[in-house]
Each structure stands twice: as structure tokens, then as C-alpha cells.
Design a protein around this ligand. Structure first.
Ligand SMILES: NC(=O)C1=CN([C@@H]2O[C@H](COP(=O)(O)OP(=O)(O)OC[C@H]3O[C@@H](n4cnc5c(N)ncnc54)[C@H](OP(=O)(O)O)[C@@H]3O)[C@@H](O)[C@H]2O)C=CC1
Ligand SMILES: CC(=O)[C@](C)(O)C(=O)O
Ligand SMILES: [Mg+2]
Ligand SMILES: [Mg+2]
Length: 398
């Protein structure tokens, strides 16, 4: 019921949005698009670093790292030991960025596992700043729980005794706390519980930091015992290498994140690429043509234009033939996918997605199982064709 009402509401919103879109005569040539480009978001208040900005008509607060220069961050955390539990993509990115920022940071992972070896290879020293999960949780007064979400459930009874009053417990996902009926992770008494969720891969968090840039992250406070939880999570967000921070709640973060990664960011794009490629192949196009027209042109040419200046900018840099056709067809794709997105959101909200992630990713061979499916993707024609196409990029072909 609820999802049907939501579908109807969204469909109505879509109808309302359609008219002005058509009327806006999107046939703008590139130079027109530049002239009529929307003004940069207006800033209404600015206490250095904190701004209220207009996001498409809604006012939201964002925090920028300009309010937290390196010396201030160093001073702020001078008496703290930051323990990073887990060394997956986020443990790696956040841990190394904290270390390079000069903070007192230690890593906790299970001894001699894959993460332990990776941490040693990246300069963490056993007994100095690399410990078992229990030892690190004990030594740290700010504990960054960056274990896999399934391990956060399974190891909570082990970690909990070390999260004593006065400490700060930090997550990069609202998963464990929001779905506490499934994870049994309850905020411990006397502890600040905060979230800073980088909106991108840990690898990108690291590479952007090294380039002097920053990934955006969302922040939230679930439990504020010290009265300083908000300030501390902003400082931590900056210290791990975020560019700017926007506010959310644990629940909003986990709903949107699980939805987005299953949707456009990963699952939906994989499905769309595959469907288009299969039609082209069935109609007699060669693998290289099908791949180029589906993936290579998207990632190498058109999608970066969306990233640079928005959807209308990508349109404006394509032929008017392409613009006319894509504007006409986009609605059909919207209509076809809207019910799937609604079904997905419902599946996130009712706990089915988290239940499956917890069940699957707590199996002893979960990584091998995932790898089997990744290998199937790698072995499929589309991605084998892609490998050859990538090898032909001049920069890969020296
Ligand atoms: N990947 C990303 O870029 C993003 C992730 N997040 C969130 O950040 C958190 C960390 O995710 P991510 O960095 O991807 O890490 P992973 O999900 O890949 O988890 C990796 C860590 O969990 C450890 N682990 C898994 N199972 C166990 C176990 N049974 N006992 C002990 N350790 C275990 C692994 O250790 P070992 O190697 O020893 O198995 C490894 O150090 C999650 O909450 C995730 O949702 C948020 C934003 C983006
Ligand atoms: C990279 C990221 O933010 C994801 C896709 O949500 C995740 O890895 O969980
Ligand atoms: Mg995410
Ligand atoms: Mg995620």
C-alpha cells in the first residue's frame, strides 16, 4: 500500500515536472547552455566553513574543511587515539588519510588475515600502530568501526566491552544502528555515537586526498553525551579527507546508500549496460561496436560532461539529432524504471536488503562466493570486449 501511494505521488510529481521540461526548449546550442547556465548555489550565511546553501530550492547546511585547517585538526585531536577497526576500502582510505594528517591513529584487524597483510604492506607496524581488533578497540578513545557490516554484527559482543563511557563510537554507515533488530548493535551508555559516510569508494577518498581534493561525506549524530558530538564528527570528517560535509541521520544515510548502490550507482547501471549491449549484439553489431556505443563512450566522453556541468551540459555538447531523440526517449526509461526503484526502496526499508547482506556476508566463504560472481562478469562477452577496448586507449597502449 505504502509503496503504491509513493508510486502515485512520484508519478504525479513526474507529470508536473514534464511540462516545463518540454517547454524549456532544450535545443540549446553549447554557447547558449553556457550563457544560461544556472548560477552557482547562492550562499546565505557564512561562518567560515559552515554555509547554508540553496540546493535546487531547499536550504541545507554544509560544512567545509576551510574551517578546520590542519593545525586546528591536530590540536583538536592532540589527546586522542583514533582506532580504525577493519582495513577494507574505507579502513585503508580513512586510516591512511588520518595518518598523513599527522593524527595518532592505530588499526585493528584480525591477525594474519587479508587486511592484516595489506595493512603491513602499507606501513602499519604490528605492536606500534597495528593491533588485534580487541586491542585497538581498547586503546582507542575514538573508535571508527569500519569492519564489514556483517562483521559489525558478528563482532559486536567482542567489541562492545571496550566502548566504555567517554569514548566516541563512529560508523561510516547507518546500517548497524538503524537495523539494530538484525544486528543487535545498541548505542552504549555514556558514549557519543556518530556517523561520517564518505559518498564514494575508499580508494577514491584516498586518491582525491593525495591530489589535494576531497570526497564529500554525510554526517550524523545518533547519541550526544558529551555535548561535543557534532563538532567532533565535523572535525573527524575533515580529518579523514572529506571535501565538504552535509547533514543526514543514521536512517536516511543507510536507506539512501543501500538504495543508491543497488540502483543507479551499481546495479541499475550494470543492468542497463547489459540490456543495451545484448540488443545491439542480437541485431548483428560487433562486440567492439556494441561496447563502444554502450560503455566506452559513456564513461570516457559523455558521463564526465554530466559530472562537470550537469545533464543539460552533456545534452548541449551532443548533436541536436541526439538531443531530440534522447529527450523523447528518456521518459520511457523513467516510466519503466520507476516501479523497480520503488520496489527497491521498499526492500531496503523493510529490512530485506540488510537481512540478505548479513546472511550472505557472514558465511565463512563469502569473499570466494562474491569473487565467483565477479569472475562471471569478467568472463562475459561485454566485459571481455571492454578489456580489449580499454587496452586500445592510447594511454594504455604505450
Ligand atoms: N567500500 C566503501 O567504499 C564504502 C563503505 N562504507 C561502509 O564502511 C564500512 C566498511 O566497509 P569497507 O571498507 O567496504 O569494508 P568491507 O565491507 O570490505 O569490510 C572489510 C573489513 O571487515 C573485516 N572483516 C570481515 N569479516 C570479518 C570477521 N568475521 N572478523 C573480523 N574481521 C572481519 C575484513 O577483515 P579481513 O580482511 O581480515 O577479512 C576487513 O578488514 C561498512 O560499514 C561500509 O558499508 C561506506 C562508504 C563507502
Ligand atoms: C562506495 C559506496 O559509497 C558504496 C557503494 O555505498 C559502498 O561501497 O557501500
Ligand atoms: Mg555509499
Ligand atoms: Mg554502501
Amino acid at each position: 500500500m505504502a509503496s503504491r501511494t509513493a508510486t502515485r505521488t512520484l508519478a504525479r510529481a513526474a507529470m508536473a515536472a514534464r511540462a516545463p521540461l518540454a517547454a524549456r526548449a532544450f535545443a540549446a546550442a553549447p554557447r547558449m547552455a553556457t550563457r544560461f547556465a544556472a548560477p552557482a548555489a547562492a550562499s546565505f550565511q557564512q561562518t567560515r566553513g559552515l554555509k547554508t546553501l540553496d540546493f535546487g530550492g531547499s536550504q541545507e547546511k554544509v560544512y567545509e574543511r576551510s574551517d578546520w585547517p590542519k593545525e586546528k585538526v591536530l590540536d583538536y585531536f592532540k589527546n586522542d587515539t583514533i582506532a580504525v577497526l577493519g582495513y577494507g576500502p574505507q579502513g585503508h582510505g580513512q586510516g591512511l588519510n588520518l595518518r598523513d594528517n599527522g593524527l595518532n591513529v592505530i588499526v585493528g584487524v584480525r591477525k594474519d588475515g587479508r587486511s592484516w597483510k595489506k595493512a603491513v604492506a602499507e606501513g602499519w607496524v604490528p605492536g606500534k600502530n597495528l593491533f588485534s581488533i580487541e586491542e585497538a578497540a581498547d586503546k582507542g578513545n575514538i573508535v571508527l568501526n569500519l569492519l564489514s557490516d556483517a562483521a559489525q554484527r558478528d563482532l559486536w559482543p567482542t567489541i562492545k566491552p571496550f566502548i566504555t563511557p567517554g569514548k566516541t563510537l563512529y560508523f561510516s554507515h547507518g546500517f548497524a544502528i538503524t537495523y539494530k533488530d538484525q544486528t543487535h548493535v545498541e548505542a552504549p551508555a555514556g558514549v557519543d555515537v556518530v556517523l561520517c559516510a564518505p559518498k564514494g569508494s575508499g580508494a577514491t577518498l584516498r586518491t582525491l586526498f593525495l591530489e589535494g581534493k576531497g570526497l564529500n561525506s554525510s554526517i550524523a549524530v545518533f547519541q550526544d553525551v558529551s555535548g561535543k558530538a557534532h563538532e567532533r564528527v565535523v572535525a573527524l570528517g575533515v580529518a579523514i579527507g572529506s571535501g565538504y560535509l552535509y547533514e543526514t541521520t543514521f536512517q536516511k544515510e543507510v536507506y539512501s546508500d543501500l538504495f543508491g548502490e543497488r540502483g543507479v550507482l551499481m546495479g541499475a547501471i550494470q543492468g542497463l549496460f547489459r540490456a543495451q549491449y545484448d540488443v545491439l549484439r542480437a541485431q548483428g553489431h560487433s562486440p567492439s561496436e556494441a561496447f563502444n556505443e554502450t560503455v566506452e563512450e559513456a564513461t570516457q566522453s559523455l558521463f564526465p560532461l554530466i559530472g562537470a556541468k550537469g545533464m543539460d551540459w552533456m545534452y548541449a555538447n551532443c548533436s541536436v539529432t541526439a538531443q531530440r531523440g534522447a529527450l523523447d526517449w528518456h521518459q520511457k526509461f523513467y516510466d519503466a524504471s520507476l516501479p523497480v526503484f520503488n520496489e527497491l526502496y521498499e526492500s531496503v526499508k523493510n529490512g530485506s536488503e540488510t537481512k540478505r547482506a548479513l546472511d550472505k556476508n557472514s558465511q565463512p566463504d563469502y569473499r570466494e562466493q562474491l569473487e565467483v560472481e565477479l569472475q562471471e562478469i569478467r568472463d562475459s562477452e561485454i566485459w571481455r570486449a571492454g578489456s580489449t577496448v580499454r587496452s586500445l586507449r592510447p594511454e594504455n597502449n604505450k
